[in-house]
Design a protein around this ligand. Structure first.
Ligand SMILES: [Zn+2]
Length: 115
């Protein structure tokens, strides 16, 4: 089983499939074992909460539910790229001798890690 994802926590991604298609947001949580992620503002579900100190009336709140990682793609940050501001695939390339960086598959620009 694969143990890593093509995206990581903090990345801004676009949802390319499923009900939340077209939504852009930051990755709040990554679960590599389950191949799932939680994207800010995407795949919202109503959660019914019991009465508590935080919710004195109880009620329904909207929260992001996990979705499959294959539903999202990274966005290229390079303005000169054909894929700028569009979903692109990322590849891992060796730079400066040894260290590998994530790069846009179209233009080769580095896609920085957010955290
Ligand atoms: Zn690019």
């Amino acid at each position: 089983m694969r143990r890593h994802l093509h995206v990581r926590r903090g990345d801004t991604v676009e949802v390319i499939a499923g009900n939340a298609r077209g939504v852009r947001g930051r990755i709040l949580r990554a679960m590599p074992q389950k191949q799932r992620i939680v994207v800010e503002g995407a795949n919202l579900v109503w959660k019914h909460v019991r009465r508590s100190r935080q919710h004195p009336q109880g009620g329904r709140i909207q929260i992001e539910a996990p979705m499959h990682v294959s539903n999202v793609m990274l966005i290229c940050p390079n303005r000169d790229c054909a894929g700028y501001d569009k979903p692109v695939r990322a590849k891992s390339v060796a730079r400066d001798g040894k260290t590998k960086i994530r790069a846009c598959a179209k233009c080769g620009a580095e896609i920085p890690k957010a955290e």
